[in-house]
Design a binder for this molecule. Structure first.
Ligand code: ADP
Length: 663
């Protein structure tokens, strides 16, 4: 039942599971999103790196061109070699659309157009093209080096046009400026020639203005999916261009890369594990519920038992008691569980003995299967007998974890036993009395006849004497008759004496131990009833005694019973009865002295004198024959019987018996 109380309720468990699932799903979504983002940032980074590297390439190509152009200034402008070399250069470099030689006043001295396209300035003319060569060359002059113009659009026909950029390179002869070399670059061709295919592949490369207006573009790409864009500045003397790289990626794939796939696989595995865990949990719950049911069933069974149950661990601590046990001893389970030696239900007077017994048990000695008897104490101090059956407690692994004991309160059984014993005793006593009475009446009847005959003869003789008719012969006959009757009476008495003498022949040699052993079972029965502890103190090497065993046993039993009854006072603890036997020497003769010592109420000095008087008793159910019979029996054996005060209280009754040798 307890397991069910602590088990979370079904809605709460469902809530916990939902929260866990939600958390896991959120975590997984976050992981996938992060993996995607990581991928996106990688693409963007690569694009930006490529843009800046492309700019470096363009700058390097422009510098290379400058070097080639500088070689042209060593020829006479317009001369055949100049033309040849210029044409050569224009053939090699597609991005150059026109090379002009101008004098210091920027007037064209000679020029050549690229062989790859129609002369670009033919449609609108050089000046109408919107270029400002003059200004560019002024900048070049100021810089004493190459200068680039800003880009400009040159219409080629009605619809087509070209974005161009001029380069003005001052020509120095002997340290003096002698003219300018003006070169027109096609921005579009610059892109296709200068930007390496490794950067341009699958991308769109373009030059733009600061505001994003496209000036020239290269590369045809399918614009699908997400657009990525990176810019890098191409700073030239006199002009700054913006290089832009654009790429498109398809709509994000479910698993854009290995990382995302891995994350997704992990997520799947996690979900699977969650599901398996959930299933396991359900099974566990079911098993727990079944276990709880079994436990409840067991508990109900234990609670309904009348037999007390107690479990102890290997250290002797109580680990479990059932309600029947608590009821038996009157202590609640809380006061019992955890107790070790000196359990509260141990009577203090037996504590030492029980401790020894527990030590033996803990040492691993298996108790007898049929159980043993013991005495327990209720919370109110009353003692009661119990039958204990102990067995080792074995756990599921087969190891012993302690001891399990079952207890039966046998006070009722004892009461019945005692009742039958007492009634039997009473019966015996009554029978004995009846026998004595019968014997007495028989004796009186038997004696009556000879006595009556004697009286008759005596009366007859007196009568005859008075009438003087009594002859001597008659007198002799009467006296003979009287003596015959007297003899008969004597025989009757002798037969009684013979009967008693016959018991003498029943005497035999017995040891003190044998005598006491014979009465111990009966003694213990009564001792248990009155919660008395019986102890024996028999000196070793005692000689055997010569006695009528049955009678002496009866004497011992009587004295012991009297002693126990004298201690049957409420609140008198402990109740100890000691049986002793020792050798004493009286005037050179050796006797074995038996003593029965109690620590009871003692004997009132006023009644001391009457103790051995037949029929004297202070007990409601007493007959008062016990002590007088005892003394008679002992005296018949030649011994003596006496009593004295015990220390600190109680009485000691002692009697002596002759040793076997002296007898
Ligand atoms: P009964 O036991 O039937 O009374 P007994 O002759 O055995 O007859 O005892 C006579 C009386 O002597 C008892 O009633 C009791 O008062 C007293 N008596 C005997 N033994 C003891 C004893 N050990 N302590 C105190 N009184 C005793």
């Amino acid at each position: 039942m307890q397991a069910r109380d602590t088990e979370p309720s079904a809605p709460r468990r469902r809530l916990l599971w939902s929260a866990l699932s939600l958390l896991v799903i959120t975590l997984l979504a976050l992981l996938v999103w992060l993996a995607n983002r990581f991928e996106v940032s990688q693409v963007q980074d690569r694009l930006e790196r490529d843009a800046s590297e492309a700019v470096v390439d363009i700058r390097a190509a422009l510098t290379r061109n400058l070097q080639s152009l500088q070689k042209l200034q060593f020829h006479t402008p317009g001369s055949q070699p100049w033309r040849m070399e210029t044409a050569d250069l224009l053939r090699q470099r597609r991005e150059l659309v026109r090379i002009e030689w101008r004098d210091s006043a920027k007037q064209v001295l000679a020029f050549l157009d690229s062989p790859y396209r129609a002369p670009v300035f033919n449609f609108l003319g050089r000046t109408g093209s919107g270029s400002d060569v003059g200004q560019t060359c002024e900048v070049a002059r100021r810089l004493s080096g190459p200068a680039y113009s800003s880009s400009y659009f040159v219409l080629q026909s009605d619809v087509l046009g070209l974005e161009l950029m001029d380069l003005c390179l001052p020509i120095m002869v002997a340290g003096r400026e002698s003219g300018f070399l003006v070169v027109s670059y096609s921005l579009q061709d610059m892109l296709s020639e200068f930007v390496g295919s490794q950067y341009a592949h699958g991308r769109e490369v373009s030059f733009t203005e600061g505001d994003g207006t496209r000036l020239a573009i290269d590369g045809a790409v399918r614009r699908v999916g997400r657009e990525f864009s990176a810019k890098s500045l191409l700073e030239l003397p006199g002009n700054t261009l913006v290089l832009r790289l654009n790429s498109w990626r398809r709509a994000p794939e479910l698993f854009p890369n290995v990382l995302s796939a891995l994350v997704a696989a992990l997520a799947l595995a996690l979900t699977m594990i969650l599901w398996l865990l959930g299933r396991d949990m359900r099974r566990r719950l079911r098993a727990e519920r079944e276990l709880a049911d079994t436990l409840a069933f067991r508990k109900a069974m234990e609670d309904s038992l009348l037999t007390g149950l107690r479990a102890r661990d290997l250290q002797g601590r109580i680990t479990y008691v059932n309600p029947a046990f608590c009821q038996m001893v009157g202590f609640p389970a809380e006061e019992l569980v955890g107790q070790s030696v000196d359990a509260p239900y141990w009577p203090p007077e037996y504590s030492e003995e029980y401790k020894k017994r527990q030590a033996i048990r803990l040492a691993g000695k298996v108790p007898p299967r049929e159980g043993f008897e013991s005495v327990f104490m209720r919370k109110d101090g009353t003692r009661f007998p119990v039958l204990i059956i102990e067995a080792p407690l074995i756990n599921a692994q087969g190891a012993q974890t302690g001891w399990m004991s079952a207890f039966l309160d046998i006070s009722e059984q004892r009461k019945v036993e005692e009742l039958s014993r007492a009634s039997q005793e009473r019966l015996q006593a009554t029978a004995r009395l009846a026998l004595v009475g019968e014997m007495a009446s028989l004796l009186s009847h038997e004696l009556n006849q000879p006595l009556a005959a004697i009286a008759g003869y005596a009366a007859g003789m007196r009568n005859l004497q008075q009438t003087s008719l009594l002859s001597d012969a008659d007198a002799q006959l009467v006296v003979q008759r009287i003596s015959e009757q007297a003899e008969r009476a004597g025989r009757i008495i002798k037969s009684v004496h013979d009967f008693v003498r016959r018991r003498d022949q029943a005497r035999e040699d017995a040891s003190a131990q044998e005598l006491i052993d014979a009465i111990l079972p009966l003694l213990n029965l009564q001792a248990r009833k009155l919660s008395v502890q019986v102890s024996l103190l028999l000196r070793p090497d005692l000689p055997r005694v010569h006695c009528d065993r049955t009678m002496v046993e009866q004497v011992l039993l009587n004295l012991a019973r009297n002693g126990m009854q004298a201690m049957d006072e409420p609140g008198l603890w402990p109740r100890l009865l000691e049986l002793r036997a020792q050798l004493i020497n009286v005037e050179g003769v050796q006797w074995v002295e038996f003593s029965v010592a109690d620590i009871g109420t003692g004997i009132d000095p006023e009644i001391e004198q009457q103790l051995f008087t037949p029929f004297f008793t202070t007990k409601a159910e007493g007959m008062g024959l016990g002590l007088s019979l005892c003394r008679t029996v002992i005296e018949q054996h030649g011994g003596t019987m006496r009593f004295e005060r015990n220390q600190p209280q109680g009485t000691v009754f002692s009697f002596t018996l002759p040793c076997a040798e002296s007898a």
